[in-house]
Design a protein around this ligand. Structure first.
Ligand code: CU
Length: 593
């Protein structure tokens, strides 16, 4: 008797299959399942099936799109050096795909429809086949439409061939994600129509931009009295908020209390994966410090912190030694503080520790908007009220040649930022940063001076030296641009549909400099090749597959173009990518002309 295609998922865990007669298995079975981890598949051959599943996260049944009937999909465990085969069957009535995030592989195995291949048509099975050349914590997800938001994502763990430089007694995957009962196409349509749909507060940045356009900068500032009155809103921190989202740990809402077990005295490795569509999380485990040992699958020099921010698509491995309590809360606040994901580390099932209150919602400061003096809240700097031109993010239509611009900021080491001509008078660009800095040692919006030791990129150093060693021979600067009211996002003011590929020559070493001209964070992901983040002195610092770009930041990374073919390069905020913040990177053989 064939199983029904629709499967009931309780609390969004791997859950019971209905029989073909539509009779659900017992509630007890479903509840038992809801507390377990997603299925774990290991070996070299894998069968994955993308299909529709009935899910109930919030008390209402919804149609999710799943891998093998669960959200997240199964945890795949590969071994470094193995050649793996993954047969991905599409039982949907639309195209699908699976992209192996952060994995080095041939371009036709990368799973991006339109670049790597044509996608997987309904009823088809696509065989992915490649040799695994790395180890660590990664994830995989659909690269088709909004399927990732609907549930098509799962953890990927690659066991190393050689011993790792740290020890642990057990491990848990902790996959964070965001779920909406709404159809993501509707969410996107609402953002396009009214960008502050998910925000009930005044949208002061957009108001400010409009006022400056209509009345000029000086008048607008005089009317507002001081910079400090430019209060930011929810909308400026996250496009899509807890108003529609339920935040999940391993597919479970906070009430379902996913629990990872430990025995007192054990060292526990937690593999944090941010598999959400749109949400940066700030993670802590009250009562336990976390020693970060790997980032984006790459070993780093251990650093011990109380709290860490994990951007969309990043992974962070930590080792913890819980003791003195039977239960601890893994608390992951959404960056905009409109909700949280929560789970428990405990000595047995059924326990729960106190869940902290959400931190207050942060305000963006002038520093967040591309002011040179990072970390200063301009409300505390009365001078700035007198000098309305001091380097900050300005509406794009303002002339950037203002002789007063940033003159009192030179002592802070930042330089006036120039912008691509394609941003000039561009209706898709509403803001430009004037004095961006790397902000590598900045904990970030909402995490500064909170009394906890918060991880920054500056704290993270890859354990190995630059594997390439060559200086980049050229620099490609790209600006992250957007227009908040229109909900368009782009590189250099040019949407993907209108953009030429970025062409790299096979074997070359290039430096990519990103400048964030917007008020939002953008985690930028290059497929197929590493992004080797540089420190403030331009040295190799941290190997990543996804580089988060806070508002008003400028960061650089090195790329060795060692993978031929067509690769995606994009913001990993799903709706930003969909709205145009996407480029093709094409690596080609040197022409012998
Ligand atoms: Cu983005």
């Amino acid at each position: 008797m064939p199983l029904s295609r629709r499967t009931f998922v309780k609390g969004l865990a791997a859950a019971g299959a209905a029989t073909s007669a539509g009779i659900l298995r017992s509630v007890a079975w479903a509840e038992a399942q809801s507390r377990s981890a997603p299925a774990v598949l290991s070996g070299a051959g894998f069968d994955l099936r993308i299909g529709e599943t009935t899910a109930n996260i919030t008390g209402k049944s919804r149609t999710a799109v799943t891998i093998n009937g669960s959200i997240p999909g199964p945890t795949l465990r590969w071994r470094e050096g193995d050649t793996v085969t993954l047969r991905v069957a599409n039982t949907l009535d639309e195209d699908t795909s699976i992209h192996w995030h952060g994995i080095l592989l041939p371009a036709n195995m990368d799973g991006v429809p339109g670049l790597s291949f044509h996608g997987i048509r309904p009823g088809e099975t696509y065989p992915y086949h490649f040799t695994v050349r790395q180890h660590g914590t990664y994830w995989y997800h659909s690269h088709s439409g909004f399927q990732e938001q609907q549930g098509v994502y799962g953890p990927l763990v690659i066991e190393p061939r050689e011993a790792e430089p740290f020890q642990y007694d057990r491990e848990h995957v902790v996959m964070l994600s965001d779920w909406t009962d709404e159809d993501p196409r509707r969410v996107f349509a609402k953002l396009k129509k009214q960008a502050d749909y998910y925000n009930f507060h005044q949208r002061t940045v957009a108001d400010f931009v409009r006022d400056v356009r209509e009345h000029g900068l000086r008048t607008t500032l005089a009317e507002r009295g001081a910079w400090g009155e430019m209060r930011m809103s929810d909308r400026d921190l996250a496009d899509v908020s807890g108003y529609t989202y339920t935040y999940l740990v391993n597919g479970q809402a906070p009430a379902a209390n996913w629990t990872g077990l430990f025995e007192p005295g054990e060292r526990v490795r937690l593999r944090f994966i941010n598999g959400s569509a749109m949400t940066h999380f700030d993670v802590r485990i009250p009562g336990v410090t976390m020693t970060v040992v790997a980032v984006d699958g790459q070993h780093v020099q251990p650093v011990t912190v109380d709290e860490l921010r994990i951007a969309v698509a990043e992974t962070l491995d930590v080792v913890v030694e819980p003791s003195g309590q039977e239960a601890f809360t893994i608390f992951a606040q959404a960056m905009d503080r409109t909700g949280y994901a929560a789970a428990t580390l405990a000595v047995r099932d059924g326990l729960r520790a106190e869940v902290p209150a959400l931190d207050p919602r942060p305000s963006l400061t002038m520093a967040d908007m591309g002011h040179g003096g990072m970390g200063h809240d301009m409300r505390g700097m009365p001078k700035s009220a007198d000098d309305p031109h001091a380097g900050h993010t300005i509406p794009a239509q303002q002339p950037t040649t203002d002789p007063h611009a940033g003159h009192d900021m030179s002592a802070m080491g930042a330089e006036m930022q120039s912008h691509p001509v394609s941003e000039n008078s561009n209706p898709l660009v509403d803001m430009q940063t004037m004095m961006p800095t790397s902000k590598l040692d900045d904990p970030g919006i909402g995490l500064r001076d909170n009394g906890r030791r918060v991880l920054t990129y500056a704290d993270l150093k890859t354990v190995f030296p630059d594997p390439d060693g060559r200086e980049p021979t050229r620099t490609i600067e790209l600006h992250l641009t957007g227009h908040m009211e229109r909900f368009v996002w782009s590189f250099n003011g040019i949407k993907f549909s209108d953009a030429e590929p970025i062409r790299l020559t096979y074997g070359e070493r290039v430096r990519i400099v990103l400048v964030n001209d917007t008020m939002m964070a953008h985690p930028i992901h290059l497929h197929g090749m590493w992004s080797d983040l540089e420190d403030d002195e331009g040295r190799f610092h941290l190997r990543k597959h996804t580089v988060d770009m806070p508002p008003g930041s400028k960061r650089s990374f090195r790329v060795t173009a060692d993978a031929l073919g067509r690769w995606a390069f994009h913001c990993h905020m799903l709706y930003h990518m969909e709205a145009g913040m996407f480029r093709e990177v094409r690596v080609e053989e040197r022409r012998s002309t």
